[in-house]
Design a protein around this ligand. Structure first.
Ligand code: SAH
Ligand code: SF4
Length: 358
């Protein structure tokens, strides 16, 4: 193996080299993390962009084995935020110069759902004079629905592949038509075809997942030539089938460190994409997102979900909730971001430079 300093100068790595980088610890790890920050600053600068996150419904037709709001979890109180609640959250984002929002929900593939989202998109564009950028994260849909939403104003889409190794994918999803790996992949291609900035990602520290799986995930993201990435630690949830394998997972702090290494290595491999500091990082470490911003991430998603619904959107345990972000004083978030060596791009969309370059 070549020396670490030499490897870090490159942008292309073999699977073995990625596995090696992901396992770095101590001083060598610090070297990796610092290099990632340097590469980020060199290629896209030190601006961080806000995406106000609106989790507008927890109604879901799927049964992903890791997710707290899966269809079969009968303990969840289901909600569907009203149009007014959603628009108010978006208005808050606009007034506070967040630049963009993310509308996220469980996966519902009905015509009525598609129509509702379309209506919301048009209203958001209208009241904000087209100033608010919109990312969607509403799961797998038909090409027609993706196109319809794109035409109505959404321009980025986040659909995690979750695990790019099909064998692992089927260990964390039921093995049936509704949860097909092929369909997930096809949806990613539909999104690109429809014109979106394409975002995907994986969970880190899943039971049965190896370091080589994670290295393979990074090669998958590169090969797909994504524009944006959202990836974070897997966090167990008691009311899910995967919880029975919790003895197989790494301790939380190790998953956290592994997630930071994943972000850093991806930044080296894809210097000009947008990388989100995942909310799940914050569930492990209160300053988790800011730590990710210091090692290559450039997107943060303050939670704007109406407070009354937050406790019902528990994808995983200890999800930071209550009235955290929306109410947090701007100065405080600003100070924490500055500590990470970044500045906030207020009022800007902060599109992926990678997409603009295509
Ligand atoms: N229903 C949509 C969007 C909402 S779920 C979809 O599945 O694409 C958003 C993300 O939450 C998922 O992509 C998954 O990666 C993440 N997630 C769900 N359960 C999780 C858990 N237990 N730990 C960490 N992330 C989880
Ligand atoms: Fe539904 Fe998304 Fe959770 Fe899967 S991960 S159960 S699609 S909300």
């Amino acid at each position: 193996m070549n020396s670490l300093t030499e490897i870090l100068e490159r942008r292309d790595f073999s699977l073995d080299e990625i596995s090696f980088l992901l396992q770095l610890a101590g001083k060598e790890r610090t070297q990796l993390l610092q290099k990632a920050q340097q590469v980020k600053n060199e290629f896209i600068g030190n601006k961080v962009y806000f995406r106000g996150l609106v989790e507008f419904s927890n109604i879901c037709s799927k049964d992903c084995l890791y997710c707290g709001i899966r269809k079969s979890n009968q303990k969840v109180i289901r909600y569907n935020a009203t149009d007014n609640e959603i628009l108010e959250a978006c208005r808050f984002a606009w007034k506070n110069l967040f630049g963009s929002v993310v509308l996220q929900s469980g996966e519902i593939a009905t015509n009525a759902f598609a129509k509702r989202v379309e209506g919301l998109l048009r209203k958001i564009k209208q009241f904000s004079n087209n100033e608010l950028g919109i990312t969607l994260s509403c799961g797998e849909q038909t090409l027609e629905t993706y196109q319809r939403w794109f035409e109505s104003g959404a321009h980025r889409y986040l659909l995690r592949i979750e695990a790019s190794n099909p064998e692992l994918y089927y260990k964390i999803h039921p093995n049936n038509k509704k949860h097909s790996f092929e369909k997930r992949l096809e949806s990613l291609h539909f999104l690109r075809k429809a014109g979106y900035q394409l975002g995907t990602g994986v969970m880190i520290g899943l039971p049965f997942q190896t370091i080589d799986d994670l290295a393979g995930d990074l090669l998958f993201l590169k090969q797909l030539d994504i524009d944006m990435c959202g990836m974070g630690p897997y966090i167990e949830h008691e009311q899910t089938p995967l919880f029975q394998y919790r003895h197989l997972i790494k301790p939380r702090h190790e998953r956290f460190y592994l997630a930071l290494n994943m972000i850093a290595v991806l930044r080296l491999m894809m210097p000009d994409i947008n990388i989100a500091a995942a909310t799940a990082l914050q569930a492990i470490d209160p300053a988790g997102r800011e730590k990710a911003l210091a090692v290559g991430a450039n997107i943060i998603m303050p939670n704007l979900t109406p407070c009354s619904h937050r406790k019902d959107y528990q994808l995983y345990e200890d999800k930071p909730c209550l009235d955290e972000d929306a109410a947090i004083c701007r100065n405080c978030l600003e100070a924490r971001i500055e500590l990470a060596g970044c500045v906030i791009g207020y009022g800007e969309w902060g599109d992926s430079k990678h997409f603009q370059r295509d």
